[in-house]
Design a protein around this ligand. Structure first.
Ligand code: CTP
Ligand code: MG
Length: 223
């Protein structure tokens, strides 16, 4: 079965507040994007990679892929206004004979083979998709403005990460619907009545969102 990886790297990184997109922020001595590119390329599960980057960053992304020896990268496409738009643009480059699409956030640089294997396995067992997730560590509150409305039972809540794996046709169909506001691809598949499995996530898959997250991931890289 052919597995294509789609790497969503087209965000602007507003919250990082740098002079360049998040994917090209420095993570130790390299642009952040180098890390997930290299890791997906090294995965024995991944056959080919399409990366979505902000307009104007397509060529730097291809050069970076060459630099890190990521020979599985077949295209760097221009992303869209939202994450789902960017994923859709990348999926358009995936050939029809691809069986599985693995969608990953470039903002989670420390992806590895173990989690890829965990999300792929349910697809062989009849699931339409699979997501890695972690239990909620903190107490979860519903709020209205500055007031707490209630404390939510967290026993059946998890925090979803990427990489997320999908049967290619199921993901394509889900991306064809209303994607406004979707923060991950699984939510689109769920909304289309797809069956999505949950597998253990990985604490190293922390998402670089705020400036100090870059230092956190850099320290994990060192360790
Ligand atoms: N993403 C994307 N296209 C968009 C928006 C987001 O490909 N239009 C990607 C980001 O590059 C990132 C992932 O989706 O890898 C998760 O998004 P997020 O962490 O919100 O990144 P940004 O949107 O870049 O950050 P911010 O919201 O602070 O601007
Ligand atoms: Mg964003």
């Amino acid at each position: 079965m052919t597995v294509w990886a789609v790497l969503a790297a087209a965000g602007s990184g507003e919250r990082l507040g740098l002079d360049r997109p998040k994917a090209f922020a420095n993570l130790r001595v390299r642009p952040l994007l180098a890390e997930p590119l290299e890791r997906l390329d090294a995965s024995g599960w991944v056959d080919a990679i399409v990366v979505a980057v902000p307009a104007g960053w397509e060529e730097p992304a291809i050069l970076l892929a060459e630099e890190v020896g990521a020979g599985k990268v077949v295209a760097a496409v221009t992303g869209g206004a939202t994450r789902a738009d960017s994923v859709r643009a990348a999926v358009e480059e995936v050939p029809d004979d691809a069986a599985i699409i693995l969608v990953h956030d470039a903002a989670r640089p420390l992806v590895d083979d173990a989690v890829i294997e965990r999300v792929l396995r349910p697809l062989a067992e009849g699931w339409h998709g699979a997501v890695p997730a972690l239990p909620m560590a903190d107490t979860v509150k519903r709020i209205r403005g500055t007031e707490v409305v209630e404390t939510v039972d967290r026993s059946d809540l998890v925090a979803a990460q990427t990489p997320q794996a999908f049967l290619a046709d199921v993901l394509r169909t889900a991306l064809g619907g209303d994607v406004a506001g979707a923060t991950d691809c699984a939510s689109l598949v769920e909304a289309a009545d797809g069956r999505v499995a949950v597998v253990p996530g990985d604490r190293r898959l922390v998402k670089v969102t705020e400036p100090d997250d870059l230092e956190l991931v850099a320290s994990m890289l060192a360790g």
